[in-house]
Design a protein around this ligand. Structure first.
Ligand SMILES: [Zn+2]
Length: 382
């Protein structure tokens, strides 16, 4: 439409009237100023919260817990076993899955030591898989070793580390893709034996992004060179790894899968929900992603209720003093409290205030369902 002189004038008038106001609105106090004191570095600035709100420390979980992602030391001697058990008792961990995986003699020696120490009802063991240098015939060999390890007492596979998909090579030098058909027989064997496969794929998505000042994990990536996977000439992209993992899940619907670290989708729980919806055979555990759950307590609590039969408790690194942070996030409605690892998160945590039925599912009921061989003495009737 060709503007009439009137509308042209009106627009001009409006522009003249609005422009100075818009300009003032954009110029907020302090904007454009530079600090007149030396600026602290990212590691120096540690503001202490002045907020005073109710606090509820939770040294001991409300219900007995199965730690599906246990990484205690090798449980092959009485001293270490008793030390770990005393920490478990203090925290109310009924059963720990030894997910620092082992196979053959190393697996059997731990199972034997735990039995001799009188704690067979407190630990179970997941088996490792030798995925290096896979070539024709490897699948059958790995599956045979798995059968032997399960016969020796292993009740699951894993933790399969992030190298699977990220760096592990085949015999021919190419990257071992997670949905490689050579491994089909392994996952099918797990399904037939009724044991879950616990797999850690990729790492936080930020590790695959440019290391700039917009990256939420800048400090961690700066501290740990081996957590930078953002060079596409060396590593697959995060989304490509997720797609590859999901194809593996889809190929084996009769196998129970546990995604470590909630599949690294806690920043986008709806994405994990879509995976749960599509794959009824998939569960996930919460190890080392508390920083994400504790910054979205309401949405996360809704998610944990909706998918109460899919979430498992796991801690990852065995630092007894860190478990109570998990209990506090899951069990209380506390606000704005510290997290234990500053390079994971620059923010505070909030409690999800989960109801008892969801807590029980998270802490032990789901684990009991997917690991039929799990000892129950330290879990039920408490
Ligand atoms: Zn782990």
């Amino acid at each position: 439409m060709r503007p009439t002189p009137f509308t042209t004038r009106a627009v001009l008038a409006l522009g003249l009237a609005v422009a100075p106001v818009a300009c003032e609105a954009q110029q907020r106090p302090g904007q454009g100023r530079e600090p007149t004191l030396p600026v602290p570095s990212i590691t120096e600035y540690r503001p202490q919260s002045t907020l005073v709100v109710p606090e509820h420390e939770v040294p001991r979980a409300r219900f007995p817990v199965v730690d599906i992602h246990g990484h205690p030391p090798a449980l092959d001697n009485r001293a270490d076993i008793e030390r770990v058990v005393s920490e478990m008792d203090r925290l109310n961990i009924g059963v720990m899955v030894q997910a620092r995986p082992s196979s053959g003699a190393r697996l059997r020696s731990q199972i034997e030591a735990v039995r001799e120490a009188g704690y067979a009802d407190r630990f179970v063991f997941f088996a490792s898989l030798d995925l290096d240098g896979v070539g024709p015939g490897s699948g059958a060999r790995i599956a045979a070793q798995l059968e032997a390890d399960v016969a020796a007492g292993a009740v699951g596979i894993g933790e399969i580390g992030k190298g699977f998909g990220l760096t592990t090579r085949k015999a021919d030098g190419t990257r071992l893709e997670m949905d490689d058909p050579e491994l089909d027989v392994v996952w099918e064997t797990a399904g037939r034996l009724g044991i879950p496969v616990f797999v850690h794929t990729a790492d936080p998505p930020e590790f695959f992004e440019p290391l700039d000042y917009a990256n939420e994990r800048w400090l961690e990536m700066a501290l740990f060179e081996n957590r930078r996977f953002n060079d596409p000439s060396r590593f697959p992209a995060f989304d490509d790894l997720m797609a590859e993992r999901n194809r593996m899940l889809a190929r084996h619907p009769n196998t129970t899968w546990i995604l470590a670290h909630m599949g690294w989708h806690t920043h986008d729980l709806a994405r994990l929900g879509a995976i749960f919806d599509e794959h009824p055979n998939v569960l996930a555990e919460v190890g080392a992603v508390l920083y994400d759950l504790g910054r979205q307590p309401r949405f996360a609590a809704e998610f944990f209720s909706k998918y109460r039969d899919r979430v498992l408790f796991g801690k990852d690194s065995f630092q007894p003093d860190e478990y109570p942070y998990y209990w506090r996030v899951f069990e209380t409605a506390d606000e704005y409290f510290d997290y234990y690892r500053d390079y994971h998160a620059f923010w505070k945590l909030y409690g999800m205030d989960l109801p008892d039925d969801v807590l029980r599912a998270l802490y032990y009921e789901n684990a009991l369902r997917i690991i039929p061989a799990l000892p129950t003495a330290a879990l039920v009737g408490q």
